[in-house]
Structure formats: structure tokens, C-alpha cells
Design a protein around this ligand. Sequence first.
Ligand code: GLN
Length: 287
Amino acid sequence: MSETAAANTLLDILNKASDWFKARGIDNHRLDAQLLLGHVLGMKRMDLYMNFDRPLVERELDRFRALIKRRGAREPLQHLLGETPFRELNLKVDRRALIPRQETELIVDLVRKHLEPGRPNTILDVGVGAGPIYLSIVKEITNCTVHGCDISADALQLTRENAAHNGLAAGNLTQSDLFSGIPEGLRFDCIVSNPPYVGENERQHLQPEVRDFDPALALFGGSEGWELPSRLIDAAHERLREGGILILEIGAGQAPVLIAKAASRSWKSLSTSPDYSGIDRFLLLHK
Ligand code: GLN
């Protein structure tokens, strides 16, 4: 075997890509290289390990190099793979919506836990994005009616595509700025939302993957970040039936200010729930 051929084994290529990513400040450099190469070759990570000595052909190398270059420019891994897992779903992701985050999976458990047992509940997801919460409810929670809205027509379209992609029916999707497009008379048992809550003032500290590729509309909630969640809490009150619950994902450290702002309406109870890192990530308000 010639020297050039030997330098193009799967292991050599992986090592090179991983080193290159590392030099560009990418945290999971080795994992990202493996997942991208697996994507090009149609192999699981385990298959890669079994094939470390296999040489790559030029066509495979070209496809891999193109992806490596984009990832090196800090395009999110999930955009390059085209999909991301979320609970029981595989969601298509692109620039139309925020990439669903792992901690958001927990909000679906909170919704399930707080539904009124024994009767059909009516639920609204405000800001469906790519559809993670809305479609998880459609898939996992039976005996309920789910509505979803988003200010972005692109995001709603992505949610519809993700419904089809996961073999689910997506009805009741409305374009709406908070509740503006939701019929006045509708009252919900549960309103759930992962609203934009990052502060404009945090922009320069964000990872390039987030800052440059997640839509700003889905990310920033105002100069401090809590402004939009606060408006949402205010507006949600009259959209809930008596005894209904609002469940929100919020930013680290925002619980005290949001609870203080929520005091302008009479909520029966306000509490928080932690994410996997123990941060108060979810706010629960009972009407
Ligand atoms: N959790 C996301 C982040 O920190 C933000 C999500 C949101 O604003 N809802 O990047």
C-alpha cells in the first residue's frame, strides 16, 4: 500500500478532523468527527471502530471534507446531520428554528405530571419552534387536545414537516405573536412554553453555533432576557381556566425576577423545577 493510501484510513482521517476541530475551540471534537464521518459513510459509531483500517475513497473524502469545513466554521453539528433526537422523536433541524436542547425534554414530563387526571385536557404550546414539546405531547400524552402557535411561519412549517417525519398528525397550529392569533374564547388547562429568554446583553458570550445559527427571534427575550417571558406570564393568566397551569422554561437565575413580576396577577402558587444540572430551569404557575 502506498503512503498516501495509508494516510487515508478511517482512523487517520478521524484523528485529523478531531485535531482540527480542537484547534477551532470545538468542545466535543472527537465525537463530532465520529458522528460526521458516520453520517457520510452511513455507519454507526460502533461500525467506525470496527473499520478503523478501511481506506476512504475520494468521493467519501470529498463529502467528509465539506462537512468538516462547515463544522470548523462553527455550524452546529445538528444542522450538518440534519436531525436531532428529542425524547421519542427524530426532529429535522435547520435555521428556521432553535435546535431543541436536551434539558427541554423534562418540560414534557412536567406537563404530564400536572394535567388533571380523568378528563381530556386542552394544552397550548406557545412558540413551537421545530416542534419538540408540541409533537412530544401529540405523541406521548393521549386524552388531550393540543394547540401550538409560533410567531414564525417558517417554524410552523418545520413543525408540520416534523409531524410528517415522525408519522404524527399536526392540527391546531396557528401563526401568533404570543396569544394574538389564539381565539379569545379558548381557555386552556395547561399552557407550556420554551420562550426566547436569552439576554441581548449576553450575545457576545454565546457560542458561535448559538449566536450565528439559532434564529434571534427564538433566542433573545429582550436586553436582559426575562422581558418576553414576563409578558408571556402576564398574558397567559386570562387564557387559562381556573385551576390551570402555566409551565415555562426560563434562563438560569431568572426565577426570582419572574416570580416578582408575576405578583401583579393572582396566581395560586408559583414554584420552580430543576434541570439536569440542578438549575431552576422551569417555572410553574397555578391559576
Ligand atoms: N437554552 C437555550 C440556550 O441557552 C436558549 C433557549 C431559549 O431561549 N428558549 O442557548
